[in-house]
Write a protein that binds this ligand. Structure first.
Ligand code: AMP
Ligand code: MG
Length: 328
């Protein structure tokens, strides 16, 4: 079985093709980069509309498959930015009708879990999902993925992006903060906001900018923000492991590309005698292959959608969707 998947929840338009055993046959992506400031949903959507047809052609070519060999078309139904989701869904519906292949809706967060799970070989890992718009600790229980803890305000990536732009940089902020942090020397005090299993970042944004106005260097701010924010994520991940008597963690989302976050989580998990896994960067960030793979699991379990039912769901929660392939 070969599936094609379309991802367009936020800034990245991507088309992936995967095979029966999660062979990644193709990933063709194009990220919208605003000339200045943050992402405007409509402008990102216009970008996706422009690039997606070319990405479909590129992905088919990379995968060496003909449309007739594609057995289903998956797309990210939510959560995400409405206009961006609609761009991807429209392309997926069109391909599904044109090729006469089933249309398979996929939850974007579940797709991050599933791609990390299959690549890790771990049977039932928890996911620390740290991306632009989402920050969640996710685990499977009774037919669905459950959110055990999450951000109470912005996603960690959006926080890093906002901070970096306010410090005079450009989007995306996360990788630039990672580079700057390597030059940082002093750990500056910042609010460490963990409420039980949840975290919050807006207080840290205000405090970091206040430090800047008092003369702190960008490097020290970057270093301190990484230390504080990633400790918060590591703490809630550890608490989730302890409560569930679990020992395996996978990472996903663009912020999971970060070496410091990866190593902090790895140290914590290994100290508990468990194991952690972070997918290669191309599969941590938003990508069409994870949508295709999760679509393949769903299709095998009998999940398809009519065009009428395929309406996008910008606020679709991780725990709202059933995952019938994980039963039994
Ligand atoms: P996603 O929403 O999963 O596509 O991830 C995008 C987010 O990941 C953006 O907010 C980026 O700033 C962030 N990001 C990407 N690479 C890194 C990195 N190396 N360290 C921290 N954040 C990163
Ligand atoms: Mg994502």
């Amino acid at each position: 079985m070969v599936l094609l998947g379309v991802e367009s929840t936020a800034h990245t338009a991507s088309v992936g093709v995967v095979g029966e055993s999660a062979e990644i046959l193709a990933i063709a992506s194009d990220m919208y980069r605003p000339p200045s400031g943050g992402i405007h949903p409509r402008e990102a959507a216009n970008h996706h509309v422009e690039v997606l047809p070319g990405l479909v052609a590129q992905a088919l070519e990379q995968a060496h498959v003909r449309p007739s060999e594609i057995e289903g078309v998956a797309f990210a139904q939510g959560p995400g930015l409405g206009p961006c989701l609609r761009a991807g869904a429209t392309v997926a519906r069109t391909l599904s009708m044109l090729w006469e292949k089933p249309l398979v809706p996929v939850n974007h967060c579940v797709a991050h879990v599933e791609i990390a799970r299959v690549l890790s070989g771990l049977d039932d890992p928890m996911l620390l999902y740290a991306s632009g718009g989402n920050t969640q600790v996710i685990a499977y229980a009774s037919g669905r993925y459950r959110v055990l803890g999450e951000t109470l305000d912005v996603g960690i990536g959006n926080f890093l992006d906002k901070l970096w732009i306010a410090l005079g940089g450009t989007f995306p902020g996360g990788p630039a903060i990672e580079a700057a942090a390597k030059e940082g020397r002093e750990l500056l005090p910042l609010p460490y906001t963990v409420h039980g299993m949840d975290v919050a970042f807006s207080g840290m944004l205000t405090a970091a900018l206040a430090l800047r106005s008092k003369g702190a260097s960008r490097e020290d701010i970057a270093y301190s923000v990484e230390a504080t924010a990633y400790s918060m994520l590591t703490e809630i991940t550890e608490r989730a492991l302890a409560h569930r008597h679990a020992e395996a963690v996978v990472l996903g989302g663009g912020v999971a590309c970060n070496e410091r976050l990866r190593s902090m989580v790895r140290s914590m998990v290994e100290a508990r005698g468990g194991s952690s896994f972070a997918p290669p960067r191309a599969l941590c960030v938003d990508n069409g292959a994870m949508i295709a793979w999760t679509g393949l699991l769903a299709l095998r379990a009998g999940t398809t959608s009519s065009v009428e039912e395929s309406i996008v769901q910008p606020r679709q929660r991780t725990d709202l969707v059933e995952t019938p392939w994980r039963r039994g």
